[in-house]
Design a protein around this ligand. Sequence first.
Ligand SMILES: Nc1nc2c([nH]c(=O)n2[C@H]2C[C@H](O)[C@@H](COP(=O)(O)OP(=O)(O)OP(=O)(O)O)O2)c(=O)[nH]1
Length: 129
Amino acid sequence: MLNVICAIIFFDEKILVVQRSDKMKLPLKWEFPGGKLEDGESESDCIQREIMEEINIEIDVIRKISNSIYDYGDFKINLIPFIARYASGEIQLAEHNDYKLLSKSDLLNLDWAEADLPIVAELLKMEQL
Ligand SMILES: Nc1nc2c([nH]c(=O)n2[C@H]2C[C@H](O)[C@@H](COP(=O)(O)OP(=O)(O)OP(=O)(O)O)O2)c(=O)[nH]1
């Protein structure tokens, strides 16, 4: 099983979501930015590294929320989400096709990677960070 860390990054009230490119697995699906946990790396180091590599910004990690285990058939992932706050830098996408800053209520309108759906549902139920 693949351990993937992702970040739900708040810019004030808005949340950053990114769209996978047509050349990646799960083409054009929307997801929270992040990536695979490397051997010996802490989850918190992983998410800060991935966000810098993919999005070019610094974040403050706040806390972990419930993980989502999903079997795509050809691979199975354990998706581990962290709530975070934007800290600094300008968004520049290295790999993704597009991004949006959305209010919570607009999240459900996206074509999400399947593993993210329970995480989006939990986020919608949360009253505060
Ligand atoms: N970063 C991230 N990945 C997700 C989410 N939901 C979801 O199913 N995934 C999947 C997509 C990928 O198969 C895997 C994350 O891998 P990755 O982003 O580090 O790597 P990748 O797909 O670019 O790598 P590759 O296997 O195509 O070489 O987890 C999510 O919200 N964020």
